[in-house]
Design a protein around this ligand. Sequence first.
Ligand SMILES: C[S@@+](CC[C@H](N)C(=O)[O-])C[C@H]1O[C@@H](n2cnc3c(N)ncnc32)[C@H](O)[C@@H]1O
Length: 397
Amino acid sequence: MTSIDPLETIKVAVLQRLEGHFGLDVSPWMGVVPRILHRLTRSGDFPKHPSPTEADELTHRVFEELLLGHTRFYRHPRSWDWLRQSWKPDGDRPIRAAVLGCSSGEEVYSVLALMAEMDRLGNATCLGVDANRRSLDQARAARYEADNVGNAPEPWRLRAFFSAPGSTVQVKEEIRSRARFETMNLARSFPQGTFDLLVLRNVLIYLSRGVIEGILERCRQHGEGGLLVVAPQEAFMLSGAGWANQVEPGLPVYRIGPVREDLESGWKVDEGKSTVARRLQPTVQPEATAETTEEATVEALSSTSSIAAAGPRLVSGDSQWEEVHGALRKALQSPPESLILDLSKVRQTDYDVKKALGACLGLLAASGCQVSVIATGEGLFPLSPDVTRLLPQSGRE
Ligand SMILES: C[S@@+](CC[C@H](N)C(=O)[O-])C[C@H]1O[C@@H](n2cnc3c(N)ncnc32)[C@H](O)[C@@H]1O
């Protein structure tokens, strides 16, 4: 007899919407989404049989819980240092900047602090957009933990830009008044107008390939002649999409060239190639099949039950996350059938690199590569959920 678990049905619908509507690459999240759904429906926030409107809201809530939007002032300092020293926007005309995926706003205020240092704040504006409504509330409030400002250059901290320094800091009104925030789903829309500076960091890593291409093309259309800044671990995506004009070798800051007529523009959320469709469609099935499919998903994502027999083996020493990340990025250009990542010697951790590493592992797994991770724990934890999911059970606690 066929029995359909309502949560299973919601799971498929939510995953499909995360992919089709928000453009997320859901492959790293397959295991986490059911747990979030379970909590949200058990807490009574949502019914087990949501109406279409409730299902949309539920998807948005899951999106917000998945992408917690870790950020801070002056994150990835090398790019900011370059902007501070070398960026000279033309003339006296107003400067327009936008931060795409701004989370709680630290990058927006970093951009404006930079304008203030250049004495260009008076006619500058910075728009921050994000699909996470809760993060945007925090961005508008402009109050942050003092630790979050730690990366920023000393003059920013000491003088001009924050009032009431203590355990929290408040961005000063003269800076705050030049910022504007909008809820926006970048897989579906893009800010109006043209921009001198576009900051798009640690967002592409979450999105599917067609959506990344669409967003990058919009960056060209809306930022021609200006600059685009991405995160260091995203530079390989730009080179894959034909972006070559970095302001300095190795720095993920790009001069935005003219719009390419030969490229199709627009967002390509290709339902036909949907990861969810491929992985989960058979789950609304007789009970036994549903279980088998779930196992298959875990297997495809992690191969945790057995170490892949062949394929390259990457061994990381302590503090070698950056090197491992670089090697994984290379592997992404032509994914092997299987890959072993030996992290057993790693004792130290760095949040950003771990996150990037998790994204790479997710992308590799999504491309069909059997990824096996060897880890003993200790210095590795807490790992990002993406990496944790790839570990054998014994390595998790
Ligand atoms: C890790 S945070 C990065 C924040 C900041 N850019 C930084 O690098 O510090 C990723 C942000 O991208 C946002 N995001 C992801 N997909 C999005 C989409 N389709 N539309 C708008 N924002 C999105 C998330 O909500 C999250 O706030």
